[in-house]
Design a binder for this molecule. Sequence first.
Ligand SMILES: [Zn+2]
Length: 424
Amino acid sequence: MDLYGTLRKQYSRLKSLYRSKRTPPLSRVRRISHVFPPKDTRLVAMTFDDGPTCAPSRPLSDTGITQLIIEAMAAYGASGTFNVIGSTSENYPDKEGKPGSFKWSGVRYDHYPRFGHDTAAGAANQGRLVETLIAQGHEISNHGYRHVAFGPERIVYGSRAHFTNSHEVTEDLARLHNLLTDDFGYTIKLARPPHYIDKIPDGFTSYDIYEQLGYQYLGASFDGGGWRASTGNFQEDVESMVEPLRKALKENPDSLSGHIIFEKDGYNMSLEAPAAFALPEKLKLLTSYDYRIVTVSELLQLSQFADVGPSSDTYEAIMFLTNMGKPVVYRDNTFRGNNAARLGEVMIWLGPQHTPQGLAKAGHKSKHARFASDVSRSKTPVSPKVLLDIAAQNGLSVPDTWKQSMQNPVPRWQAVLIAAEILS
Ligand SMILES: [Zn+2]
C-alpha cells in the first residue's frame, strides 16, 4: 500500500481507538456506521461519495461513472445512498495535483471528478443524474456543496484550505440542502463531512451543524476501497476491491448485516474508476448470500442503534424518549445499557425542572450545577433514591414494581424503561 493509504488507515485506526476508550456524549445526532442486525433478513447499505458524475469510467468505458453504478444497482434490485456534493467549480484559484498523491484532485481544494472538469460532477451541474437517482429509489445525502473540509487536519491533509467557522459550514450545507429541496423536491436527512473531518475551528463540530439541519451522521463500517491509488493492473485493482467482501462473507455470512459499505462515485487517486467495475461483482456476491441492498434510511426504519435491536425490551423505550426529543443514545449510536445511568441524563429525561434547589434535593453536590447545561454534564451515577426524588420533583410517580427491583446504581436500561413508563 502507498504511503498515503497507510497513513490514512493508521489515522482512522487511531481515531476509532480514541473513540472506543471514552464514553461519547449523549447526542440527538448519531453517527450511524452500522446498526444491530435486522431480524430474519440480511440487509446491507452502500454509500457512494463525491458524485454524481458523468465522467467516463476510465480506463474501460465511456459511460459515466454514476450511470454505470445506477445500471449495476438496477440489475440487482439494489438501492444506494448517494452522498453528493453541489459543485467544486468555485474552488479556485488552485493548482492541479499529482495523480497518486493525496492532492490528486487539487493542491488547495478538492475538485470532482477531477481538476479543471468540475462541471462534470455535483448535483448543481448534473441535475439529470440526480433526477434519475431519486426516480429509481436511491437516497441522497449531504456531502457539502463545495466539498471543503470543516476544519484543518494536519496529519493527512496538511495545509489544505478549510472552513474557519460554523457559520460557513452551515451555509455550505444549507446551500446543497436547499438545492435538493427547491430543484428536486427532495428532503435530505443524512450527511457525511468531507474526509470525515468533524472539528470546526470555532469549537463546534459536524454534529452541532447536523442537529440544526435535522440530519443524522452518515458513517460507514466497511471500506469498499474505491479511493485507493491504482497498482497499474486494472483487473487486479478491481479484484482487490471484491476480495475483502468475499473473505468477510465466507468467514461469516451474517457479518455484513446491518453494515454500511463505503463506495466512491468518482475517480480514485489515479483518475481511474475500478470501483464502478467491481460493483456488479460485489452485488452478485451479496445477493448470492441472500442480502438485500437498501438505502441507509430503509435500514434505519428496521433497526436504529448499534448495540440494541428492535426485539429488545429497551428498544421501544429508547425510541419513545428519542421521539420526545430527549437524547438517550450516545453520539456513536450505542446505548450501552449496562452503564450506570447518570444524574444529568435522568434529569433531562424526567425534566424539565432543573432548579438549583431541585438539584440539591436530588442529592447533587456540585456547586457548579446551577444551570440546565451543567446538569446535562453531571456524571454522578444515579441511585434508586435519587431517581425517585427526581421523578417526585417533576410530579411523576414510579410504579411500586420498579421501586422494588431497582439496581443500585440504576443501569441505563432500567432507567430508560422506568422513564418511558412514567412518561407515557
Ligand atoms: Zn468526499
